[in-house]
Design a protein. Structure first.
Length: 396
C-alpha cells in the first residue's frame, strides 16, 4: 500500500456503495441486509481484506451494515476505510465528532484509513480554511485512525495541487480504461504513486458501463485473441498498472463477488500484452461515442427534491443510445411518474419533466454532469419530441 502504509492489501477491495437491494415500493430500494452480510463475509473469507464505505452510502445505512458484517472476528481480517462527510463539516472539531459517530456505526475502535470524501476545488478550499488536515493529525494521535488521505473528483490541476499540499498516506481516484484522460487522469495516478502515496482505484468499471458493453464494444471483445468477460477486461486493465495499490468493486450480487475474486486471482502488474491493450483502446474509443451521459449511478444526487429518479432517467437514455430500441425506451420511460401527485405512491420515481432546476444536484455530482440540462434532453428523446441524433450530435 504505497510507501507510507505498512501493510499489503488484497488486489480486490470491497466497495460498499452498491449493496444488494430489494424493491419495496415502485423504484424505492432497501438494502438486503442479510444478503449483503453473506456476500461481504464470503469475499473476506476468500482473501478480500480491504473494505471501503462512506458516511452517505445507502442513505447512511452502509456503515451500519458493514459494522454488523464485521462482527464475529471479521473486523480483524480486514483493513477498514470510510470517509469524512466534508459537506457537513463546519469546524475543525467536526472531524473528530463525525469520526467517532462513524466508529460507533462501524462497531470498531479505529479506522485503518480515513478519507476526506470527494475533494474538489471548493472542498479543498474548505480543508485549508478550517485547518482540517491538522484536525486529522490530532485524531490520528488519539488512535482513532491509522492513516488518512482523500478521495477525489475534479481535474488534474486540482489533483496535483492537493497532492502537493500535504504528505498524504492514500488517495482514492476514479480511473479505468475509459477515464484515462478525465478527473485525476493517468498522469495523476503516476504523480501520486511517484510521491509514495497509496493509490486506491474506484469505479474501475465505471458504474457497470464497462461490465455491460454496447453491441459494438462486445463485438471488439469477441474478436480479441484472448477471451474474457467485459468486466474482467476492465479490471485487468487497472490491475496491470504498478501504481495501483487496490481496486475497489461495488459488488451487488454473490455471482459478482465470485467472478471478481476469480479475476483478481489472475491479475498482475504488466500481464497485458500490447495486443490486449490495443483491444481495450478500441473498446474505449467505441464507448466514448456510445455513452452519452457519463452517469455511474452512484446516487450522490439523490434524493432529488422534486422526486426525479435521476440515475434511472440517465440509464434509460444511455440504454437507448446503445441498443436503439426507441419503443422499449419510451415504454420504460412512461412507467416513471409524470406528476407530483404520482410521487405519493413511490418517492423518487419521477420523470425528467419534474426537474425544477433547483440545481442542488450539481454540487453533489462527482462526474460534473449538467443534470438539469441533461434531463431536458432525456425527456426530448424519450418522448419522441426530438430524434436522438438532433439532441446528441454524433461524436467524431
Amino acid at each position: 500500500m504505497g510507501k507510507k502504509i505498512p501493510w499489503e492489501s488484497s488486489a480486490l477491495g470491497f466497495g460498499c456503495m452498491r449493496f444488494p437491494s430489494k424493491k419495496i415500493l415502485g423504484f424505492i430500494k432497501k438494502v438486503d441486509e442479510a444478503e449483503t452480510i453473506r456476500i461481504l463475509r464470503h469475499a473476506i473469507g476468500n482473501g478480500v481484506n480491504y473494505v471501503d464505505t462512506a458516511y452517505g452510502y445507502h442513505m447512511g445505512k452502509s456503515e451500519v451494515i458493514v459494522g454488523k458484517a464485521l462482527q464475529g472476528g471479521y473486523r480483524q481480517k480486514v483493513h477498514l476505510v470510510t470517509k469524512l462527510p466534508i459537506w457537513k463539516v463546519k469546524a475543525a472539531s467536526d472531524v473528530e465528532k463525525y469520526c467517532r459517530e462513524q466508529l460507533n456505526k462501524l462497531q470498531t475502535d479505529h479506522l485503518d484509513i480515513y478519507l476526506f470524501h470527494g475533494l474538489n476545488k471548493d472542498r479543498f478550499k474548505k480543508v485549508k480554511e478550517l485547518g482540517l488536515v491538522t484536525a486529522m493529525e490530532k485524531i490520528k494521535e488519539k488512535g482513532l485512525i491509522k492513516h488518512f488521505g482523500f478521495s477525489f473528483h475534479d481535474n488534474f490541476q486540482v489533483f496535483k495541487e492537493i497532492i502537493d499540499y500535504h504528505d498524504w498516506d492514500a488517495v482514492q481516484i476514479q480511473w479505468n480504461y475509459l477515464d484515462q484522460d478525465t478527473q485525476a487522469t493517468t498522469k495523476g495516478l503516476e504523480y501520486a504513486a511517484g510521491k509514495g502515496v497509496a493509490v486506491i482505484i474506484m469505479e474501475p468499471l465505471k458504474g457497470g458501463h464497462l461490465a455491460n458493453p454496447k453491441p459494438e464494444v462486445k463485438a471488439i471483445f469477441d474478436k480479441a485473441p484472448v477471451q474474457r468477460t467485459a468486466a474482467d477486461w476492465g479490471l485487468q486493465f487497472v490491475w496491470n498498472r504498478p501504481e495501483v495499490s487496490v481496486v475497489l468493486s461495488g459488488m451487488s450480487t454473490f455471482d459478482q463477488v465470485k467472478q471478481n475474486i476469480e479475476s483478481a486471482s489472475k491479475s498482475g502488474v504488466g500481464k497485458l500484452t500490447a495486443m490486449e491493450l490495443d483491444v481495450l483502446k478500441q473498446a474505449g474509443d467505441a464507448l466514448k461515442k456510445a455513452i452519452l451521459i457519463p452517469c455511474t449511478a452512484c446516487e450522490y444526487c439523490m434524493p432529488c427534491p422534486s422526486g426525479v429518479a435521476i440515475p434511472r432517467n440517465f440509464a434509460l437514455l444511455n440504454s437507448y443510445s446503445g441498443h436503439k430500441n426507441l419503443k422499449k425506451a419510451k415504454k420504460e420511460y412512461a412507467k416513471l411518474a409524470a406528476s407530483r401527485d404520482a410521487l405519493n405512491a413511490a418517492k423518487d420515481n419521477g420523470m425528467a419533466t419534474l426537474c425544477s432546476k433547483c440545481k442542488k444536484c450539481l454540487e453533489k455530482c462527482p462526474q460534473a454532469i449538467d443534470i438539469p440540462g441533461e434531463l431536458e434532453k432525456v425527456n426530448a428523446v424519450l418522448t419522441g419530441a426530438k430524434p436522438i441524433e438532433e439532441v446528441y450530435p454524433k461524436k467524431e
